[in-house]
Design a protein around this ligand. Structure first.
Ligand code: FES
Ligand code: FES
Length: 855
């Protein structure tokens, strides 16, 4: 059975068995500007097309219904109009990862076609309610649409050197959906894989029967743990995460994979994956992290304890200091689990080559980790596997661990055919690690004037089953537990606990958000006790250069940014109070880089091509919307004085230029420094053509947290600082505005930097107010649709005003501090303070308001 319709002006015919129009467009017709962020949920808007001139979500549109109709995708839009949109989005910074943008452009086009210059911003925001963007906070998206509607002239040019604003690298291609993500790549003879996940979070696997799946239409192979030629376990730090759970082994969380099914089409693979039969011996799930510490049974088979890690340090006698304090507070805070909700679900394509080589396309945040883990799984040397980075559609930390890379690579390796596996939205929710829920108990004191005397913290984080980087997240929560303040005595202990709940790991802010939500709450309560304002309390305690910070680090001159941000917040607070508003202020810091004694290194290559006059800048970090490629260009322009249009950025995975993950706000610092060094090498060689001008950047001066032999460890090489002011209506509690004042050291590209901050404030408001990803008593997540996560929609995002502060970071190229993670650190604390002014209620639990909409 086939269905005929008109696509972009030409007649086409597709098979009728596709689950929806989007699948027919992408899988059969290879039209890929419409992206699949959540099919068939119909909740992200990435798949928006026009049918007979009306915008439609194509992943909920039945294929039969399209018969005889005219479908328009971005590929079919008039070239002049395409340019108008791509120029506006590029010029306004209206995109980051870009995955959501083609769908948004189709929606915008419908509105602009209808209303032209009369299109109002608020009206457009309401229409964007059918769309999600996890990166931008919608501010610059709306700027771009407004520019198109009003016919405003824009400059879509690339930026110049460091400190200049300009379009993001590949902005035009991303806006139009022309720059492919992994799922957009097609290889002749490619097969499709789908995973079969466990039905129980803690169960012994008695038997896996793949016979029914194997005999399903189109199925080529089904693989299980028994087919692994090399090591079964992977993991970024501890190798405790099985790529498959096999017969005779035990599951540990809802994302455990039991089998991979490979078939001719994606639909066939997914249907057949449901036919895998598993006999379970179901065990009691361990889901309470506090009880798990003393539980005699282990959440994860083969481990020695349910305690994954303990991070602790102390200075002085805290109990004595608390007893002598004029004011003391004791509070318990509880933060929630959060899903990253990057718009592009994980996708991997593995292609066997000559001589047994395997080429893997991955959107992961650490392609060398992916390579090493895949090689170990296959039982081959690292040189047998190349992992090519495909810039992804958002990650925020959620693509550090392998998701489906291992199973896809195994299938391609064993079959010696190209295999692609793209997760459904539900599978993505189940598999990748989340933000930790942390219980934080605080005791804190100050003297009669509000000077902090002591802080004592006990934190317990639910890390889920496998380690991922859970111990590092709790280490970071411990390190940041006292916020950007001077505390004379301190005693902190944070524990990561293994349970059978979803795995928790890296997520923008990495433990700092949770700890500083609590610390800011403590600061406001102490301020009230001392009879001073929240701002005054912070002013009296803010850390200065040369002073000792929480874990003992003597802060460098970069720390001066904390007080500058706080001082700039004052006029916004005063103005809002004078206008009768409720106001809260939060102050935060976040390290950049890994720190804690780890040696960090990365390299870059600059190469002048004689054949076409282009200049290659090669580095090793993942572009995931944050703009690291644009940083590389701006650095090269600054150092070499060349036209940015000559530069080609390449993530070079044929040799090891990067070390570790693109994480911890370190991409900008490390890429700028290594490219700067490589340019210097090139200049010294008079920019000789067709030569690799290579240089490294190394940070090897940090020290471990909590080593009693080192009383003042430099645990981090750099910090970003931010003050945020949240302004609310006194009668309704509605958030009316957020002012985000950020010390970024040096803004490489102020417009893109501002966009990063707007996006993270949007994420921070969701974290504070509505977002949640709970799991039930059986260890399964309960919010399994994008809409149920409680992410703020465009019409609910208040105006966000960004002020950039530039207090340079010593020992960092151009003084850069990094901005990726700090953005939402102070937000929740500021929201809690503003809402307290509205109704007098202190809020210790996140989210403060539950989602009001569901499916
Ligand atoms: S893919 Fe259709 S709305 Fe998300
Ligand atoms: S730019 Fe919108 S999701 Fe990334």
């Amino acid at each position: 059975m086939t269905v005929e319709f008109i696509l972009n002006g030409a007649p086409v015919s597709v098979r009728s068995e596709h689950p929806h129009l989007l699948a027919a467009l992408r899988e059969e017709l290879d039209v890929t500007s419409a992206k699949d962020g959540c099919s068939p949920q119909g909740q992200c808007g990435c798949c928006t097309v026009m049918i007979d001139g009306k915008v439609q979500i194509s992943c909920t549109y039945a294929v039969e219904k399209v018969a005889g109709k005219a479908v328009t995708t971005l590929e079919g839009v008039d070239e002049v109009e395409r340019t108008r949109y791509s120029d506006a989005f590029a010029a306004c910074g209206g995109l980051q990862c870009g995955f959501c943008i083609p769908g948004i452009v189709m929606r915008a086009k419908a509105q602009v076609d209808k209303k032209g210059a009369a299109l109002e911003r608020a009206d457009m925001a309401r229409h964007l309610g059918a769309h999600l963007c996890r990166c931008t906070g919608y501010v610059k998206v709306l700027d771009a649409i407004e520019a198109v509607a009003k016919g405003t002239l824009v400059d879509a040019g690339l930026p110049g050197g460091i400190g200049t604003s300009g379009a993001k690298y590949e902005a035009v291609e991303l806006t139009l959906g022309d720059r492919g993500y992994v799922d957009d790549i097609r290889i002749p003879g490619m097969l499709h894989a789908a995973l079969h996940l466990t039905l129980h979070v803690r169960a012994d696997i008695v038997r896996i029967d793949t016979s029914a799946a194997l005999s399903a239409p189109g199925v080529v192979a089904v693989y299980t743990a028994a087919d692994i030629p090399g090591q079964q376990y992977v993991g970024i730090i501890y190798k405790d995460w099985p790529v498959f759970i096999g017969e005779g082994q035990r599951t540990s969380y809802a994302g455990d994979v039991l089998a991979v099914v490979v078939a001719e089409t994606k639909q066939q693979a997914r249907e057949a994956a449901k036919l895998v039969q598993v006999q379970y011996d179901v065990l009691r799930p361990i889901t309470d992290p506090v009880a798990a510490i003393d539980d005699p049974e282990l959440a994860v088979f083969g481990t020695k304890s349910n305690v994954l890690s303990v991070s602790a340090y102390a200075r002085g006698d805290v109990d004595e200091a608390l007893a002598a304090s004029a004011h003391v507070v004791h509070e318990v805070f509880q933060t929630q689990r959060i899903e990253h909700a990057f718009l592009e679900p994980e996708s991997t394509l593995a292609v066997p080559g000559e001589g047994g080589h395997l080429h893997v396309y991955s959107g992961g945040q650490g392609v060398w980790d992916d390579r090493d883990q895949i090689a170990s799984l296959l039982g081959v040397g690292n040189d047998v596997v190349t992992v090519e980075l495909v810039s992804n559609g958002g990650a925020f930390g959620g693509k550090e661990d392998m998701s489906n890379q291992g199973q896809t690579a195994l299938a391609a390796f064993l079959l010696q055919r190209p295999v692609k596996c793209t997760l459904s939205r539900e599978e993505s929710f189940l598999i990748h690690p989340k933000r930790h829920p942390i219980r934080l108990e605080y005791w804190a004191g100050c003297d009669a004037e509000g000077h902090l005397t002591a802080v004592k913290v006990r934190g317990i984080g639910d890390s889920g089953s496998y380690a991922s980087v859970g111990m590092k997240v709790l280490e970071r929560a411990a390190g940041h537990a006292s916020g950007p303040y001077r505390v004379p005595t301190i005693d902190v202990e944070c524990t990561a606990v293994r349970t059978n709940n979803p795995v928790c790991g890296a997520f923008r802010g990495f433990g700092a958000n949770q700890a500083q939500f609590a610390m800011e709450g403590v600061m406001d309560r102490l301020a009230e006790s001392a009879g001073i304002s929240g701002w005054e309390m912070r002013k009296r305690n803010v850390i200065h250069p040369g002073e000792v910070w929480g874990p003992g680090q003597i802060m460098d001159d970069g720390a001066g940014g904390a007080e500058v941000c706080l001082d700039q917040a004052k006029r916004h607070i005063d103005a809002a109070l004078a206008a009768g508003k409720a106001v809260g202020v939060g102050l935060g810091l976040k390290n950049s880089g890994l720190g804690n004694g780890l040696r960090e290194a990365c390299a870059a290559v600059v190469r002048f091509r004689s054949n076409d006059g282009k200049v290659e800048v090669r580095h090793g970090f993942t572009e995931m919307g944050q703009g690291v490629h644009t940083v590389a260009i701006q650095t090269a322009v600054t150092e070499l004085g060349i036209d940015p249009a000559r530069i080609v950025v390449i993530v070079d995975t044929t040799r090891q230029l990067g070390f570790g993950q693109t994480t911890g706000s370190r991409g900008t610092l490390m890429v700028a420094a290594s490219v700067q060094n490589a340019c210097q090498v090139a200049l010294a060689a008079e920019c000789a053509a067709d030569v690799d001008h290579y240089a490294e950047h190394v940070v090897d001066w940090t020290q471990k947290l909590g080593d009693p032999a080192v009383p003042n460890p430099t645990i981090h090489a750099a910090f970003g600082f931010a003050a945020q002011v949240v302004i609310a209506d006194r009668s309704t509690g509605a958030i009316e505005k957020v002012v985000a004042i950020h010390d970024v050291g040096r803004a490489v590209n102020p417009r893109l930097c501002e966009g990063q901050i707007e996006g993270s404030v949007h994420m921070g408001l969701g974290y504070a107010l509505t977002e949640d990803f709970p799991s039930d008593e059986l260890g399964f997540p309960t919010n399994m649709t994008l809409r149920s996560l409680g992410i703020l929609r465009p019409k609910d995002v208040p105006p966000i005003e960004v002020e950039l502060v530039e207090v340079p970071q010593p020992r960092s190229a151009y003084g850069i501090k990094g901005v990726g993670e700090i953005g939402l650190v102070p937000t929740a604390g500021a929201v809690a303070a503003a809402l307290h002014m509205v109704d007098g209620v202190w809020r210790n639990t996140l989210p403060m308001r539950r989602p009001t909409t569901d499916d």
